[in-house]
Design a binder for this molecule. Structure first.
Ligand SMILES: [Zn+2]
Length: 255
């Protein structure tokens, strides 16, 4: 039963429930030096840097952590398309680490082991962790379609910057990943998103839109759930208005 559920969830939630990968893959992976020269310390404590980050320089009040870049050859791919979209997600390690679901080394380890990736992760206190340089494709969108345009079908990773908020959705959002009973056992403080996360996300979205000349609207800033009905993130608890956007993606007639 456990194995079947685990396999099912892996298929169904390739990305947004990365905890499953560490459940089965074990934690023995040795963290060597990444391609970019960054490494996780052996004791897996977060090495706070950030003094030189563009976000600390240009966005006072937003902490930026850059010690966690994922290995290029495993988790990313050189970008050939121009960046034109931003995709927002949520994730956690709640299944494997119910008492510490937002622990960044767990999150990073799951990316490392699954081969999935994302450009930015925003922690509960608003810290922005960069995991992949924007100049590389990250693997976070999966299959889907957007505004009926063929170039985006199953290829949104090539166009999008991916952002994960560490958080847990509503019971309905999470029902594709866990039972109602399990959901009831989750610490309520883990559910939804923090004000600090919204502040950081708003700053990050503004910054990405400005740097890549992306219109800041719901045609260009989308949720994973807008791209594919298989997903429920960032979910019904996410308040788009807090980052200056309307809740609903624009209605577009499919060709
Ligand atoms: Zn997602």
């Amino acid at each position: 039963m456990q194995g079947t559920v685990s396999r099912m969830m892996r298929i169904a939630c390739m990305f947004c429930l990365l905890s499953l990968f560490s459940c089965s893959a074990g934690m023995e992976k040795d963290f060597a030096v990444w391609t970019d020269g960054y490494a996780l310390p052996a004791d897996k404590e977060i090495e706070l840097g950030g003094e030189n980050s563009v976000y600390n320089v240009y966005r006072p009040g937003v902490t930026f952590e850059d010690a966690l870049l994922l290995p290029v050859e495993q988790n990313t791919y050189a970008r050939v398309e121009n960046i034109s979209h931003i995709m927002i997600h949520f994730m956690s390690a709640i299944i494997c680490h119910p008492d510490d679901p937002f622990n960044i080394p767990y999150i990073q380890e799951n990316f490392y082991q699954s081969g999935a990736s994302v450009h930015y992760v925003i922690g509960r206190n608003g810290t922005i962790y960069r995991m992949v340089n924007e100049s590389y494709v990250a693997w976070h969108a999966g299959k889907g379609s957007w505004e009926g345009k063929e170039s985006y079908t199953n290829r949104m990773n090539h166009y999008a910057v991916g952002i994960e908020l560490l958080g847990i959705g509503s019971q309905r959002d999470m029902s594709i990943m866990m039972s109602g009973e399990y959901y009831e056992s989750i610490d309520p403080s883990y559910i939804g998103f923090t004000e600090e996360q919204y502040v950081s996300l708003a700053a990050l979205v503004e910054d990405i839109c400005a740097r890549h000349d992306i219109p800041k609207d719901r045609s260009h800033v989308l949720g994973h759930q807008d791209y594919t009905s298989r997903k429920t993130d960032p979910g019904e608890l996410f308040d788009w208005t807090k980052i200056g956007l309307p809740p609903n993606a624009p209605e577009v007639d499919e060709p």
